[in-house]
Structures are given as C-alpha cells and as structure tokens.
Design a protein around this ligand. Structure first.
Ligand code: GLA
Length: 330
C-alpha cells in the first residue's frame, strides 16, 4: 500500500505534542504494517492482553499473541500500552466461580502480578481498571461481579497490585462516554476517592469513541479541563469517529458519503486542535485501529455494517481527515 515520502509521518508531526497510537491485533500487524510503522509510535493490543485471552483458566496463561504484539512494538521502536487488567467484560467465568471476597482478590492479585511482571519494562502503562462507572443517571458504580463479591475497594486493590508488580508503570483508569457531564463527574468522584486514599493512579484514559455530532467540542473541552484539574495525566485511549450517530441504524452504504467525509475531516481538525491546546496534560492519543479497512465498528452496534472512522482509508491512503490533522501549521 502506498506510503510515499510526500506524506508526512503523523507521529513525527506530533513529536512535540503527544504520542500517536493505534490498537492492533495479529492480523493488522501484518495487513497494516506499513501504515502502522510509518504513522504511529505506540500500540495497544485491541484484545490480546485482556483477561480471557491471557488467562483462560486458573492454571493456564496464554501469552502467545500478546508476546507477538510486544515483539512487533519492540522491533519497530514503538511504545506499548497495556489493556486491560480488570474489567466486567471479556473476563472468564472461572474467575468468579466459587469465590468470596478474599478468593476473588487473591485471583485478581495473581493475575495482575503475572501479567504486569511479564511485560515489566516493555509495557509503559496499563489500563488497570476499565469501565466501572455506570452510564445510568443516579447510579455511581456499574454492577458487576467484582463489585458484588469484593465491594468497591476492588478498584483500589487493582491499582495497588499493579503498582507492586511494576512500580514504574503508569496506571490508568479508562472509560467511555467520558465527556457526558454526569458520567464525567462520576469518573472524577472515583479518581478523587482513589487519590484521597493515596492509591497509585497516574492517568485517566478517555476512550474517545465519538461520532460526527457528539460529544460537542464544548463537552470535550470541559471534560479535559476537569479531568486535568485532578492533577493526573490524560490520554485519549480508543479514538474513533464513527460516521453514524449511535441511534442511526442505516445499512445501505457501501462507502461513506462525501458529506460524511467532509464532516469527519472538520471534526478531526477541531478535536486535534483541542488536543494540541492541552498538550501539557495529554500524553498520547491512541486510535482504536489504524485505517478504515479494519475497525470493531464494522460490527457494532449494527451487525455487519461497515464504518469508516479513521484518518486513513481502506487502502491506507490519507483521507481529508488526515490532512486536517497533519497540516495545522499551514
Ligand atoms: C471498550 C474496551 C475496548 C474494546 C472496545 C470495543 O472500549 O475498552 O477494549 O473492547 O470497547 O472494541
């Protein structure tokens, strides 16, 4: 796929701002190798470091895929983010089976120790806890087996265990709908409560699964301001800009409309302008993929429907969105 020298490398353009990352899997490190190694200086395993992938049963760890991704990062001089240690999803049933508080904490500890130690000095930062805040109004924490069986201090414990396993790793809390004002404030309440207890937490991950219309720029700015006020560093961890609104279920398109591409370019221009403004607090912007040929949004929330959420197209060529975030000085 064409990556000609006239196309500037995205991560070089942003070298004085923040890292530019992409989520990858074993297929995309092959099929998107050129675009990944040219434009991105950091990667995250899309799925291959999740609990169910690396620890499918109590005595069995399967690090094959995760190791290949770590090797790809090392071979290409890229940074590696770890994703994710404690989550309500993609966690095997055995973890909770027959467990009381003490047993579940012991299992969590041994999982975190094993995974974090394996990638010590290789993974520079971990999404330690993913998505524990409830979306519904009026409820703070999401219901989960972790919460049921341990109580809310499972969150603090996860950070403590991760810090013990690798004192140099940067530890993040990561969530979506992070710019929604009510959810944002619940996330901040959690961060504040952890900080008050001196829990080792260093950053907040704003997933950034956005679309052409939302969240508004004002909401994004306000979220960045308030998260930054906690004193923690921020990363955008899973950025994609869907061409469909969440409620839009249309399935007729085989390619994005001109209007969608124009709106998307404008949106990327605006959000990256905002990110640059906050370069002192934002340390990385990671896309949840690298180019439009592969995105989890091809199946979500409408099964089988294609989406085009990135700044490189299906052939890995720069889209209008790319030029908007590449040419801001001009
Ligand atoms: C969440 C998780 C990611 C991924 C996406 C969907 O954002 O953090 O690991 O599963 O959902 O791809």
């Amino acid at each position: 796929m064409a990556q000609t020298s006239t196309i500037p490398a995205l991560h070089s353009l942003y070298k004085d701002y923040f890292d530019i990352g992409a989520a990858v899997n074993l297929t995309t490190i092959e099929t998107q190798k050129a675009v990944l190694t040219t434009h991105y200086n950091s990667i995250t395993a899309e799925n291959d470091m999740k609990f169910e992938r690396v620890h499918p049963s109590e005595e069995v760890y399967t690090f094959d895929a995760a190791d290949q991704i770590a090797d790809f990062a090392a071979a290409n001089g890229m940074k590696l983010r770890g994703h994710t240690l404690v989550w309500h999803n993609q966690t095997p049933d055995w973890v909770f089976e027959g467990a009381d508080r003490e047993m579940l904490l012991a299992r969590m500890k041994s999982h975190i120790e094993t995974v974090v130690r394996r990638y010590k000095g290789i993974v520079y930062g971990w999404d330690v806890v993913n998505e524990v805040i409830e979306d519904k109004s009026g409820v703070w924490l999401r219901e989960s087996k972790w919460l049921d069986l341990v109580c809310e201090d499972f969150i603090a414990k996860a950070f403590e265990y991760a810090h013990e396993a690798d004192p140099n790793a940067l530890l993040f809390y990561n969530d979506y709908n992070e710019c929604n004002p009510e959810k944002r404030d619940k996330i901040i309440r959690l961060i504040q409560s952890l900080k008050d207890k001196n829990v080792p937490i260093h950053g907040i991950g704003l997933q950034g699964h956005w679309n052409l219309n939302g969240p508004s720029l004002e909401e994004i700015r306000e979220a960045i301001e308030r998260y930054a006020a906690t004193g923690l560093k921020l990363q955008v961890t899973e950025l994609d800009i869907s061409v469909f609104d969440h409620e839009d279920k249309r399935t007729d398109l085989t390619q994005p409309t001109e209007e969608m591409l124009e709106k998307q370019a404008k949106r990327y221009e605006q959000v990256f302008q905002l990110f640059r403004e906050y370069k002192d607090v934002i340390t990385a912007v990671t896309f949840w993929g690298a180019a439009d040929d592969y995105t989890w949004l091809n199946n979500f929330p409408v099964r089988g429907r294609k989406n085009w959420p990135f700044v490189f197209d299906q052939k890995h060529e720069p889209k209008a969105s790319f030029w908007k975030i590449a040419n801001w000085q001009k």
